[in-house]
Design a protein around this ligand. Structure first.
Ligand SMILES: O=C(O)[C@H](O)COP(=O)(O)O
Ligand SMILES: [Mn+2]
Ligand SMILES: [Mn+2]
Length: 559
């Protein structure tokens, strides 16, 4: 059954000319866009002979595709791409309005307040506190400040009398240092609520990469640090107000890594621990970095760390983060209904699939790829391999990450001939790009290129096909620029480093000895984007994509 309840016909039509049975490697370079070659383009600076040689195949075997804005279901063309929407589009072959947009619509129409989730939490407003936990920035990847502002206003107008906000500072989807301004804005909003008789305050905080927002269970200590501050009111740093906290803690850490802090009253008592009878909303719309906290808040038998205090609360996510686990059970906005993904079709059509990355990106090629669904479609047809990521370091310290291990795993999977599709995510350009360390990102890009070579070499050996692409830009541009592309400097003359993703297009390359003669990129889909890749891949497995998939990027011409 599809999510609409209709019977799905899983059988794909045979492609009129392309054969089945070729081993296909599907390589996603995370954070690898195309941009002008200058010293801040780490992909250009790095030695990337493999990716360079693929580019020689343009326009028939190499082209650019769109990976940001409306092409991936984001609200505007100013929205940079990200892994969730990128892998959703790659895997699902269609463009779905994504969380950011769905929340915008629900807030604008007021429907968010009529749904089951809001009703559920609002039962606590009379006697309890409403806690809002999430990423405080306008990055638009995991959350957006303007949505938090609307929610604060809407909840207080609908009876929330006591509100506590638990902030996570960003500096990863936005410039480092911007956290101070976001906290000031939030403080002035909360002051206005207080003028209107609502007891509204920031209660705790910390940097997103050190507090709460871990993903794929890489490091539970991150979530524990947040739990202690948010739920127990315990943290190594105590401040009277959050602006002061962030300014002070920034002396020794950047926005992404601020240590946890709690706001205390005159008696040094935390102003907003979570108590029995309270309501909690995690206001991030994006799933990956909220799932762990959602489990800690919702699972009775949770055993990943000692929660010490487990208050009886009503909890709702901004969205439901995992459709398969139904986590969390209550949510304010229904997530995009990403159904009938290419992975599910291919498994139904006998395509044996291997997917692999290291922990920090493992869910990207599995969970995001499969439409935010955890687990296998059919464990007899699929194998997902996770290589443990390094824990407790920033990846500029180990810029090679596990690229070669991923390459080796993929190579072995290809050479085993047990799989028809071997799919990987190579994280380096993105994870090291987010640190803002240009030299390390150059090393990262080289390592990613070497991993691609290992996989392509294995494909050569088995007579297979490769598709190499990326989910969005990052490493190709490491500085903030003005409209004409010149790097920007701050007031003190310091170059403004861009730790975030970009709006640049990404490459896609096809090749390998198994690629049938005459296959090339069409030139009549100039606006092609990530969502066009699924139909392309189905063709290369010998099938025609379902009618409602975005069109294939390839054609077969008679030589
Ligand atoms: O979560 C993150 O690390 C960043 O906000 C976005 O990066 P990703 O979309 O590449 O995961
Ligand atoms: Mn990504
Ligand atoms: Mn990223």
């Amino acid at each position: 059954m599809g999510s609409s309840g209709q019977q799905v016909s899983w059988k794909l039509a045979d492609h009129p000319t392309l054969p089945k049975g070729k081993t296909l490697a599907l390589i996603v370079l995370d954070g690898w866009g195309e941009y002008k070659p200058d010293e801040y383009n780490c992909i250009h600076v790095a030695q990337t002979p493999t990716m360079d040689s693929l580019k020689q195949g343009a326009p028939e075997k190499w082209r650019l595709i769109r990976a940001h804005g409306k092409a991936v279901g984001l609200p505007t063309e100013d929205d940079m791409g990200n892994s969730e929407v990128g892998h959703n589009a790659l895997g699902a072959g269609r463009i779905f309005a994504q969380g950011a947009k769905l929340v915008d619509i629900a807030l604008a129409s007021g429907k968010i307040y009529e749904g089951e989730g809001f009703k559920y939490i609002s039962e606590c407003f009379e006697k309890g506190t409403l806690h809002l936990i999430g990423l405080l920035s306008d990055g638009g990847v995991h959350s957006r400040l303007d949505q938090l502002q609307l929610l604060l206003k809407g909840a207080s107008e609908r009876g929330a009398k006591r509100i506590r906000v638990h902030i996570l500072t960003d500096g990863r989807d936005v410039l480092d240092g911007s956290s101070v301004g976001f906290v000031e804005t939030l403080e002035s909003d909360l002051a206005k609520l207080r003028e209107n008789g609502v007891d509204a305050r920031i209660a705790s905080g910390g940097g997103r990469m050190y507090v709460t927002m871990d993903r794929y269970e890489n490091d539970w200590d991150v979530v524990k640090r947040g739990w202690d501050a948010q739920v127990r009111g315990e943290a190594p740093h105590k401040f009277a107000n959050a602006v002061e906290a962030v300014k002070k803690l920034r002396e020794n850490a950047n926005d992404q890594y601020l240590p946890p802090f709690v706001i205390v009253d005159e008696n040094e008592k935390a102003v907003g621990p979570i108590e029995d009878g309270d309501a909690v909303v995690t206001f991030n719309f994006r799933a990956d970095r909220m799932v762990m906290l959602a489990k800690a808040l919702e699972h009775q038998d949770f055993d990943k760390f000692d929660r010490i205090k487990v208050p009886k609360i009503r909890y709702a996510g901004m969205l439901q983060y995992d459709g398969e686990l139904k986590l969390p059970g209550h949510y304010l906005v229904s997530p995009p209904e990403i159904d009938r993904t290419s992975g599910e079709y291919l498994v139904h059509n006998g395509v044996r699939t291997f997917a692999c990355s290291e922990t920090v990106k493992f869910g990207h090629v599995t969970f995001f790829w499969n439409g935010n669904r955890s687990g296998y479609f059919n464990p007899e047809m699929e194998e997902y391999a996770e290589i443990p990521s390094d824990v407790g370091i920033t990846f500029n310290v180990q810029p090679k990450m596990k690229a070669l291990e991923i390459g080796e795993k993929a190579r072995d999977a290809i050479l085993s001939r047990k799989f028809d599709q071997v799919r990987v995510n190579i994280p380096n350009g993105d994870m090291v790009g987010h640190t803002g360390d240009i030299q390390a990102t150059v090393v990262a890009c080289k390592a990613a290129d070497e991993a691609v070579k290992m996989i392509i070499d294995a494909i050569e050996q088995v007579g297979g096909i490769y598709v190499v692409t990326a989910d969005h830009g990052n490493a190709e541009d490491m500085v903030k620029r003005n409209k004409s592309g010149q790097p920007l400097y701050d007031k003190s003359g310091k170059l403004q480093i861009l730790t975030s993703h970009t709006c640049q297009p990404v490459p896609i390359a096809i090749g390998g000895p198994g690629l049938a003669a005459g296959v090339r990129f069409r030139n009549d889909v100039p606006d092609g984007g990530l969502a066009n890749v699924a139909a392309t891949v189905m063709n290369l497995h010998g099938y025609v994509a379902p009618n409602d998939y975005e069109p294939t990027l390839i054609e077969v011409v008679n030589n």
